[in-house]
Design a protein around this ligand. Sequence first.
Ligand code: BMA
Length: 855
Amino acid sequence: MHESKLLLNDWTFKSCEGEEWLPAVVPGCVHTDLLRNGQIPDPFYGTNEKLVQWIDKKDWEYKTLFDIPNELLEKEHIELVFNGLDTYAEVFINDNHVLSADNMFRTWEADIKPYAKSEGNKLRIVFRSPINEDLPKLEALGYPLPASNDQSEVGELGNKRVSIFARKAPYHYGWDWGPRFVTSGIWREVELRAWTGVRVADLYIHQHEVTKEAAALTAIVEIKADQPGDRVIRIATEQGEWSEKVSLVPGLQKVEIALNINNPKLWWSRGLGEAHLYTFTAQVLDQDAGTALAEASVKTGLRSIRLVRDKDEYGRSFYFELNGIPVFAKGANHIPNDSFVTEVTRERYRHEIESAAASNMNMLRVWGGGIYEQDVFYELCDEYGILVWQDFMFACSMYPGDEAFLTSVRHEAIDNVKRLRNHPSIALWCGNNEIDSAWAHYNEDAGWGWKKDYTHEQREKIWADYEAVFHKLLPEVLSELVPGTDYWPSSPIVSVTNDINQHASTSSIEGDVHYWGVWHNTEPFENYNIKLGRFMSEYGFQSFPEHKSVLRYATESDLELTSEVMRAHQKNGDGNRLIKEYMDMYMTEPKDFPSFLYMSQVLQADAMKMAIEAHRRNRPFVMGTLYWQMNDTWPVASWAGMDYYGNWKALQYYAKRSFADEMISIDGTKDNQVDFYLLSDLLRPIEGELQIRVVDFDGTIHHTETHAVSNPGNTTNLVLSLSLAELLQGHDPERTTAVAELLVNGQVVDVQRHYFAPFKDLKLGAAEVKITEVEGSSGTRFVLESNMLAKQVWVDSEAEGVFSDNFFDLLPGEVKEISFASRTYGDQAFAAASPGKVVVRSMSDFIKATHLLNK
Ligand code: BMA
């Protein structure tokens, strides 16, 4: 083979003003390098965020010295490849300037052949302060552009929001869950690539039509040659091999080879089938000798996927169809896993994606305020069958539209679409997050009030700049590089036309919806049942991380809602007060701060359960539910279901139950009536029994009834309605519960509970929950029993890991078995291992004794 690569390591760095070079880790960034060298305190601890704001106002320099082995040095072409430079950078090799970079999301290459020598090559990269670089652009524009989440005040810049000028991760400038760390650095690998003659620059397996009978594909091979030559291009995969003779010319050329595969093994999302992946290899062969001169390979899955937006009885549908099957999308919005993305190991990504799969999700949305994720993220989504809704990286801001900006965005889109287009998990490309609905160009009174700050001319200009990117440039790049792939200009919108209907309302008969009435507008949780759209791409409710996690960024004396540290780790203004307000509305008063933390998680989980199940019950009007948000970038009170350290909050366990592929959902919102639904996302019918037990909190069974129920599969149906009177038969609604079990062939498929009174009115006693280790399970299986109703039983383990179930209710007479899998750091996220010490508590341990009635 005529191509070789060398990874460049051994870096040092310093501030441009400074003298001392310190060791650096690449990929990495200035913040993590300063931290490793003991130059700054842990930015995530306490209120340290504000102590490190000076970093983004300085220029930084990185350098490495390297030798080039002879076999590389002899090659015709020696190129430096930067997979990610953050952001404004000048690159010098042996003191020759070879590259200027200005977009974090692009791949940069420089030809260094003329300067390369065998020993002591000096590579130096100077990063200019992104703040100082962009302040003059704001000045030149003459008016500020909206950038709702840019925390310029934290950055000591007053109201000067410059994030919109930099093609750099928006969340670096702060968000309503994230701190402000505007980093600089080499955030992806740097490699030296040397080649002679020919190389495969890109391989794309374009899927025209895929059915279970046949896959019609085209391999699009980009070849770079430096001399003409007759060659054979060979494509190979597990189900075939194809060859074509070509005459290469010097320069970059595209060779297209049609591939047909009979009876392909399809790629399915989790729950619908196996996520089969094929490896395709492209080789450039010498026509005479048949030796391989260059090669590349990619992994992909064969599937057809489309967003179906057809007129229907309600309005216009919004759902994904995978291999001809309508998919109800279940999942969450993903944000970067760290303020410093290079800290996210493969294991941390695996933990997130395996948690998504274990929680019965089938879709994640890579939200537009973060990064186009690392390859490993998509590889794992491909492997676990998690569909991806992929935003381009624009969120909650208006952007400039000058030529330089547009050119940069075009390159960024090309680089990322090409990098990601083979991933079968990517179902949709979306232009941006919430910009269209925030600006609301065609509706004077709609939006977030941004328009009122501008003159008519400015408004027209700002909107024209918006259209240039989201209605023209991005769809153009997509139709050129991934023809046939669906594009949605902004989330949420109603439709893709340029008319007044473009802006989503909270209850829509077409398009997708971000419903934030609960939380941002303090509407009651019950509204989740009525504020419905065709695809709920965002909605959410906050909670705190667990006690142990909070103690990693705060001391005992900070454990108070309004302490400086608690406020610093709450980025949504009044968020802490809002949690408290909803808690007062729905829960019983917690007895102390650690109890408040637990209670906040239960509150959040209850809210999300209501939302998720309301969405699923309303299938097919609603065909997707993605809560805000899957994960965190640092330890903070936020909408996440998993905290920064990867611990599952109560929500993650609730989500696992409410996203179950086959389940019962109980709707008690109608007066005097309880409705039982079957929800199925599997391609098989359910024929079973619904057993209902009406039970006193002390375990006394008042009555039981059994009903035959069925569901044809991959749908929702109402299987039973009972009147309250029939169910309660005069018993006290405040100490009675209905337990519904779905049995198929005698096996319990699902258990759900219904309470007849609001949580606050329930007559709870001080439950004693007993936990016993299953003999011979080496501490990985436990049985739990209680002497009276125990609500939201929480088993807490010393070791990091996940229980099969947690935060569940337990009645006397019930024997609940759970297992524990500890978090591992290999090629699976969870594995059987002992949890160390376990502590079991339930709601009655966290509320004031005066609220407990021991009846
Ligand atoms: C939506 C998201 C984010 C934000 C979240 C919570 O607007 O798109 O911008 O973090 O809600 O406010």
